[in-house]
Design a protein around this ligand. Structure first.
Ligand SMILES: Cc1cc2nc3c(=O)[nH]c(=O)nc-3n(C[C@H](O)[C@H](O)[C@H](O)COP(=O)(O)O)c2cc1C
Length: 175
């Protein structure tokens, strides 16, 4: 039984939901999983694991700075294990932007880091308009209006393709 470390960065918790779903799929395949929040500054030193996954969401065009910082500081350890990286954003709800090759945020991020993950994923996220502050709600509604997405300020919109998440989980279990 291999142990998978999933390190995540989230702002509103949807990436955690995706990591929980990955955990369930990976555990069903026989591996064990430990999930750690990058915000807590986890250390890989002395930690036992066989595979590593990093997942992070986009906010106003960027992953949280803690993601690239962690990658920079732990690149050798990441490279020494079978590894994967995934990004969560709402642009990925668009079929033409929902693969690692076509998602602009993932592509831009890969140019900013030296690490070349062995496996990549992109998942569409979730918008909960009522949970947003007035400024964020206005900004997201504007971005959605520009990109022909939903703008009802009372709506909750989950764009995540959970089959795709499960497929990614099975891929990690098979590494
Ligand atoms: C304030 C805010 C800004 C966002 N900015 C972007 C963005 O620039 N591009 C994008 O594709 N998605 C954007 N999103 C969508 C998030 O990536 C999506 O809601 C994701 O599910 C958030 O995951 P998290 O809850 O783990 O942080 C934004 C969401 C919020 C609330």
């Amino acid at each position: 039984m291999a142990k998978v470390l999933i390190l995540y960065s989230t702002t509103d918790g949807h990436t955690v939901e995706i990591c929980k779903r990955l955990t369930s799929t990976i555990e069903q395949a026989g591996d064990s999983v430990e999930m750690l929040d990058l915000k807590d500054g986890p250390s890989l030193e002395g930690r036992e694991f066989d595979k590593v996954v990093i997942g992070a969401s986009i906010r106003y065009g960027k992953h949280q700075p803690v993601v690239s910082k962690f990658i920079r500081e732990n690149q050798a350890t990441l490279e020494a294990h079978p590894n994967a990286l995934f990004s969560v954003n709402v642009v990925a709800r668009k079929p033409e932007k929902n693969t690692p090759e076509t998602n602009p945020y993932l592509q831009k991020f890969l140019k900013q880091i030296d690490w070349q993950p062995q496996n990549l994923g992109v998942f569409a996220g979730k918008i909960v308009y009522p949970a947003l502050g007035p400024l964020d709600r206005t900004m997201i509604r504007f971005i959605m209006w520009m990109t022909k997405g939903p703008t009802d300020p009372t709506g909750t919109y989950e764009f995540t393709d959970w089959n795709k998440v499960d497929e990614f989980g099975r891929m990690v279990a098979a590494l």
